[in-house]
Design a protein around this ligand. Structure first.
Ligand SMILES: Cc1cc2nc3c(=O)[nH]c(=O)nc-3n(C[C@H](O)[C@H](O)[C@H](O)COP(=O)(O)O)c2cc1C
Length: 508
C-alpha cells in the first residue's frame, strides 16, 4: 500500500489543503462568531461552538455509501503488516502509525472525541493506543474501565485535511471536533457508520481500523523518538485488537515524521496558535497577541502581550493561562507590553533579558506538565516560570530618578511603521511598511517574497536608497557607490554559492 508523507509539511501546503489564504482567515471568522454578545470564560467558548452546531453548512452529514468501505476485511483476514508503518529512530521500540485519527465516545455522555495519537503496531491485529494522561480519549477509556465496559474505537487514515487538523486541535472534551472541521472546511463532513463498532468515521477516508478495547488490556509501548527530541521511555498503554479493516479499493495511507522541532507538524501547530487566539482571548481577555515558539514544541513556552492596566497585571495573566485548558501545561510564560511584536524573538528577548529584576519579575509555580516532559523530576508535574517583561510601574518598585524610572526612555528606535508618528516621518524618509499579507505568522509569503528566505524587514529597509538611514544589518558588500543601490544578495551568495575567501591572485 503506498504511503503519503509530508503532506502538511509547509504552511503553504497546509493552507492550500484547508483552502485558506492565511491562518488569520479562520481567526477572523472565529472572532466574528464570538462577537458581540458571548460571555467570557469557558462558557463563552462553549456557546460559540453551540452557534457552530446551528449553522447549516457546519455539522457533519451522514451518508450510507462510502468509498472507505469499498473493501471490508474481518477477523483473521485483518493483517496490519500489510499497512506501511514507520520505524523512524534507531532506538524506537517498533513500528508506528503516526497519522491515524482515533475516534471514541464518552460511555456516559455519548459525546464523541477525535484525537491524533500515535499507534504502535504490536502484531498483525494489535495496536498500542498512546493517548496521554491529559487527552480526551484516554478519559473515555478511564470512564469505560470504571464501569467495567469495553470501549469501541475506530481509527481513520487519509481523512479530509480539516478533519486531520481538527484531530490535533486542543478543543475542550465536550466540543465536537467535527463541528470545528466543518467550520474550517466551510462545508459539512460526510460521515458513515462503522461496520462493527457504534461510531462514525469520514466517508472519504482511505483506511479505517475498528475494534473494542477491553478494560485493563495493556502492553508496553515505546520507546519512541518523540516531539521533545528525546526518546520517551517504554510505558504500558492500552492494546486494541482490530476486528475489522475497511478501505478503498486502491487505498493510500498517510503518515508523518515525529521528532525534535522543526518537523513536519510545525504548520499544524502554527495553525492552532492563530486559530485559537480569539478563543484564548475569550478565556483571558487581557491578551492582545501570543506566540507559541515551535522550538518549545508549541506547548512549553508562551509569549503573551498585554495592555497593562494595573500593577502585577502580568502575573494575573500568567495564572489565567496556567488555568486555561491545555495551556495549563505551559512551562514558561513571558509577558510583554502590547507594543512588542510577540513573534519577533529578538525584541522579546531584549525585553525579557533587560527589563527585568528577577527577584521581582520572576514567578515560579508548580503544576501539571506535558506527559512527555523529560526534564521534570516527577512525571506529569513540575516547576514553571513566568517572566514579567512589561514596563514596571512605580507601585511595582521602579528605581526613580528626577527624570523618571531609570529605564523608561529606550534609545532603540522601533520600525517607523509601528507608531503613528513614525508612520508619517517614515513616509518622509521613504520607508514603507512591507506588504501586510505576507508576514510569516500572518500568512504565507507570496512567491518571490524574500521573507520566504527569512530576510527581516530591517534588511529590506536597508536596501532602499536612503543610505543615511542606518537600520538593521550592513549589506555584506558594504555601502553602495553614490547613485547606486544594492540589489538583493551579492552575486557570490546567490544560487547557494559559497564566498571564496582566497586572495584574488590565488583564485582559479
Ligand atoms: C504528529 C502528532 C503526533 C501526536 N501524537 C500524540 C500521541 O501519541 N499521544 C497524544 O496523546 N497526543 C499526541 N499528539 C497531540 C494530540 O493530537 C493533541 O493533543 C490533540 O489535541 C489530542 O486530542 P484530544 O484533546 O481530543 O485528546 C500528537 C500531535 C501531532 C501533531
Amino acid at each position: 500500500m503506498p504511503l503519503a508523507m509530508n503532506v502538511y509539511g509547509t504552511d503553504r501546503r497546509l493552507l492550500k489543503a484547508l483552502d485558506l489564504k492565511s491562518y488569520a482567515e479562520i481567526s477572523e471568522r472565529i472572532g466574528g462568531l464570538l462577537k458581540p454578545e458571548l460571555p467570557h470564560g469557558f462558557v463563552g467558548v462553549r456557546e460559540a461552538f453551540g452557534k457552530l452546531g446551528a449553522m447549516t453548512h457546519v455539522p457533519p452529514r451522514k451518508v450510507k455509501d462510502a468509498p472507505v468501505q469499498e473493501v471490508v476485511l474481518r477477523g483473521d483476514d485483518v493483517d496490519l503488516e500489510q499497512l506501511p508503518a514507520l520505524f523512524t529512530w534507531p532506538k524506537d521500540g517498533g513500528s508506528f502509525f503516526n497519522l491515524g485519527l482515533t475516534h471514541t465516545k464518552d460511555p456516559e455522555s455519548g459525546v464523541r472525541n477525535l484525537g491524533l495519537y500515535r499507534l504502535q503496531r504490536h502484531d498483525k491485529r494489535t495496536i498500542g493506543m498512546h493517548w496521554q494522561i491529559h487527552k480526551d480519549s484516554r478519559n473515555h477509556y478511564q470512564v469505560a474501565a470504571r464501569r467495567g465496559e469495553r470501549l469501541p474505537v475506530a481509527i481513520a487514515f487519509g481523512c479530509p485535511p480539516a478533519v486531520t487538523y481538527a484531530s490535533t486541535a486542543p478543543l475542550p472534551g465536550d466540543i465536537d471536533e467535527y463541528l470545528f472541521a466543518g467550520f474550517v472546511q466551510g462545508k459539512r463532513i460526510e460521515m458513515v457508520d462503522c461496520k462493527t463498532v457504534p461510531l462514525q468515521v469520514p466517508a472519504q477516508a482511505e483506511v479505517v481500523l475498528e475494534g473494542w478495547l477491553e478494560p485493563g488490556e495493556m502492553l508496553p509501548e515505546g520507546p519512541y523518538g518523540d516531539h521533545t527530541g528525546f526518546y520517551t521511555p517504554q510505558e504500558p498503554f492500552p492494546a486494541l485488537t482490530i476486528d475489522c479493516v475497511t478501505m478503498r479499493k486502491r487505498p493510500l495511507l498517510q503518515s508523518i515524521v515525529v521528532g525534535r522541532p522543526p518537523t513536519e507538524d510545525g504548520p499544524l501547530g502554527r495553525a492552532t496558535e492563530r486559530f485559537f487566539l480569539p478563543l484564548l482571548k475569550i478565556i483571558v481577555p487581557d491578551i492582545v497577541d501570543y506566540h507559541l515558539p515551535e522550538s518549545g514544541g508549541f506547548h512549553n513556552c508562551a509569549i503573551v502581550s498585554i495592555d497593562k492596566k494595573y500593577p502585577k497585571h502580568a502575573q494575573k495573566v500568567m495564572h489565567a493561562i496556567w488555568g486555561a485548558h491545555m495551556m495549563s501545561l505551559t512551562k514558561l510564560i513571558v509577558v510583554v507590553d502590547s507594543d512588542c511584536d510577540v513573534h519577533d524573538l529578538h525584541e522579546v528577548s531584549w525585553r525579557a533579558l533587560g527589563n527585568t529584576d528577577y527577584a521581582r519579575d520572576l514567578t515560579v509555580v508548580e503544576g501539571p506538565v506535558d506527559h512527555l516532559d523529560h526534564a521534570s523530576y516527577q512525571q506529569f508535574w513540575g516547576g514553571k516560570a513566568g517572566i514579567d517583561a512589561t514596563r514596571k510601574w512605580p507601585e511595582e518598585g521602579t528605581r526613580a530618578t528626577a527624570a523618571g524610572p531609570t529605564w523608561s526612555s529606550p534609545t532603540r528606535t522601533r520600525p517607523p511603521w509601528s507608531t503613528a508618528a513614525g508612520r508619517s516621518t517614515g513616509c518622509d524618509l521613504g520607508l514603507r511598511r512591507p506588504p501586510a499579507a505576507a508576514g510569516t505568522h500572518k500568512g504565507v509569503p507570496a512567491p518571490g517574497d524574500d521573507r520566504a528566505l527569512g530576510l527581516r524587514p530591517a534588511l529590506r529597509l536597508h536596501r532602499r536608497p536612503h543610505r543615511d538611514v542606518r537600520v538593521g544589518r550592513e549589506h555584506p558588500l558594504g555601502p553602495a557607490a553614490p547613485g547606486h543601490r544594492r540589489h538583493g544578495r551579492p552575486a557570490h551568495l546567490r544560487d547557494g554559492r559559497q564566498p571564496d575567501h582566497r586572495p584574488r591572485d590565488r583564485r582559479p
